[in-house]
Design a protein around this ligand. Sequence first.
Ligand code: FAD
Length: 425
Amino acid sequence: MRADRSTTAVIVGGGHNGLAMSKRLSDRGIDHVVLERDDVASSWRTKRWDSFTLLTPNWQTRLPGRTYEGNDPDGFMTGPEIARFIAEYADAVDAPVQSNTNVTAMRASSAGYDVVTDQGTWRCRCVVLASGASNLPSTPPFAAAVPEGVEAVNPLEYRNADQLPGGGVLVVGAAATGIQLADEIHASGRPVTLSVGEHVRMPRTYRGRDIQHWMERIGRLDERYDEVEEILKARGVASPQLIGTPERRTLDLNCLTDAGVQLRGRLGGIRDGVALFSGGLGNHCRLADQKLGRLLDDIDAWITEHDLDDGVEPPMRAAATRLERNSPLTLDLKTGEIGAVVWATGFRPDLSWVELPVFDSSGRLRHDGGVVDAPGVYFLGATFLRRRKSSFIHGADDDTHDLAEHLAGYLAAPDQHFVTTQHGG
Ligand SMILES: Cc1cc2nc3c(=O)[nH]c(=O)nc-3n(C[C@H](O)[C@H](O)[C@H](O)COP(=O)(O)OP(=O)(O)OC[C@H]3O[C@@H](n4cnc5c(N)ncnc54)[C@H](O)[C@@H]3O)c2cc1C
């Protein structure tokens, strides 16, 4: 165990957010260290399935001071490729990373904070929580009611369909992860039932360009947390139904239906081994279709406003989501028909080591756009933290810019920067 050390700021986590923040602090001459329990970009190497690719195109994979420079800007990086991109970034910005250093506690001290690790304690004035927003699967309380004999798997441990037992698979959740895993597992020959709640339908391409191109051009991804109504609701919106493949295919519920996946409503509970689905599938699909229509209307309007109609493909609208009439509301998990349940119901951060009174009654971190409700403490990487793009890799650019500026201001005048936050995290 090494002796205590001190620095101005401790960044916990050597993912892209921690490293981008390190670059921002270095640019400002702020002494700091990045503590990483494994090695940089660990989550992309250890927490993603074998066939994983980013759903964001290569041209969008950019960090402060670094853009994609390969020869496939419209392609999608695999897990190892994005891990390499981030590791190269750590070298390029000369980030002071201490690998294999697990942070086990963080407490207030007379000088600021003590960050306790399995390699000793760091004293500092500021702490940046960049340990990730997807450390743990977020599963409903009734997940424990999956009957014995049915395997329960979450996306952080899923690697490929071969690890699942034979028989049918119930995939719960139809955000990006759920639809991608449903597609892959179904292609492996296992019948898949997909439980669908509120979701975000998106075509891979529109009017000849990647949908992410238009999302950026119309400014949708730059929308700020303090400009939208109901930020808590916006933070709970599912990731878009997108997949990154060389052929740039769209993967929506109609594609899954065509492949033979059975769609069911939102899973509301499991009673006596029987999965109970809500009857709201039609409503959820209609809502997603309507929201997609509005997004495409906005894109069309932007194109016309900028006099670009002649240079791009004409507008088009996808067919409404097709649904089976009277789809069953129950699925008996005890018959042997279903061998596994995949909980693609989202992720949550693990901040259990933060020993500060900064959590609300639901256990959510209290922060105002990443400025945590404790002086000199910052948070990065959560959905819609400061902007709609905050949870995407390229979102780190603006978010670390803003938070590094706040941190520098705090160091210069600590008393003026103790904000009482108004927004829940
Ligand atoms: C399944 C999935 C798919 C995604 N796909 C995309 C995509 O296509 N495009 C996109 O832009 N974004 C995507 N994201 C979102 C986002 O880019 C990633 O979640 C990204 O990994 C977040 O980066 P981060 O630096 O905030 O956290 P992480 O990459 O999770 O990094 C946090 C680091 O902190 C370390 N750590 C955690 N706890 C401690 C501790 N106590 N002590 C020391 N170190 C610790 C971890 O080992 C890890 O290396 C995806 C997310 C998920 C979950």
